[in-house]
Design a protein around this ligand. Sequence first.
Ligand code: ADP
Length: 328
Amino acid sequence: NTYKIILINPQAEKYLGVKKDQVIGVKTFEDKIKQLPNFKKIINKIPPNPLKLKTIKENVLIKTPKKKYLQVVTSPVYDDRKTFLGFVKVLHDITKEKEIDQMKSEFVSIASHQLRSPLSSLKWLIEILLKKRIGDLTEEQSKLLGQMDISNERMIKIVQDLLNVSRIEEGKASLELKKTDLNKIIQETISILNPQAEQKGIEISFEEIDLPEINLDPEKIKIAIQNLIDNAIKYSKEKRPIEIKEQIKDNQLLVSIRDNGIGVPSEDQDRIFTKFYRSEDAKSLVVHGTGLGLYITKKIIDAHKGKIWFKSSDQGTAFYIKLPTNLK
Ligand code: ADP
């Protein structure tokens, strides 16, 4: 509690390339610490107001003597009477996990890149056949080709999701902001997804407000909006409407997408934006699905410095997106 280092164990000495005599008795902000680069890296996250500290978990890259990723957990220590005694930092070497994670991401990235072009060729080939460019088809043949087309589109969507995730994880998903007509994007998305909605007897209404063009990455926002409306349709009950509304609140644009669907189980609500999450109800209602859409959507909205959240019950779900736009 005086920021003086009072203990370091042999394994930590090894991880950080320091000897106990160099650090014991030294205060964390002293110049001596600055000369120990690894040590300085793990020690700097001690907040000036310790009483407010909750446990902090961070990953730190150590470069010497060998490249190593450490997970550093910082926790306050109290005695029986809740008197604050100081901090403890626990280090875990997570280098292997990081390497495996990186290999997995590379594999996903390469596999999805490689799958993209044969799938696009299939798409065009099926289309040539379906349009009867090289001869007539029987009804049965058309039907089967139609089903092939749907399966192929599904694979294209999965591969696209995986590619988007790889780009995000490789940090290659920077935004290309330009003046964008958001209402047009929403209208276009609705018309793309309308056939899917009509199959379930669902009507999509859009109460738009007058909007000037705003600075957004149109391609990415389109992906986000499409994921949300697509989910609203997929997880909606039959013949129930979907409402999309816009509102300006505190100079920010708020878009809401409300369905009357199966809802998100309350015990799962904090996992909904994590990769691969799908609720049991969702899996039995819509067999196919990657659980990547909302993860990607949140990353896109976060990158725009916006916010996304939702409210859900067994009566339905409403997703909200807030975009900073400086609108009045
Ligand atoms: P996918 O739709 O491919 O399963 P998402 O990442 O888009 O993946 O969604 C993750 C999960 O969140 C879904 O499987 C479902 O359980 C839940 N979910 C998303 N949107 C809704 C919604 N509008 N209503 C109910 N559940 C939803």
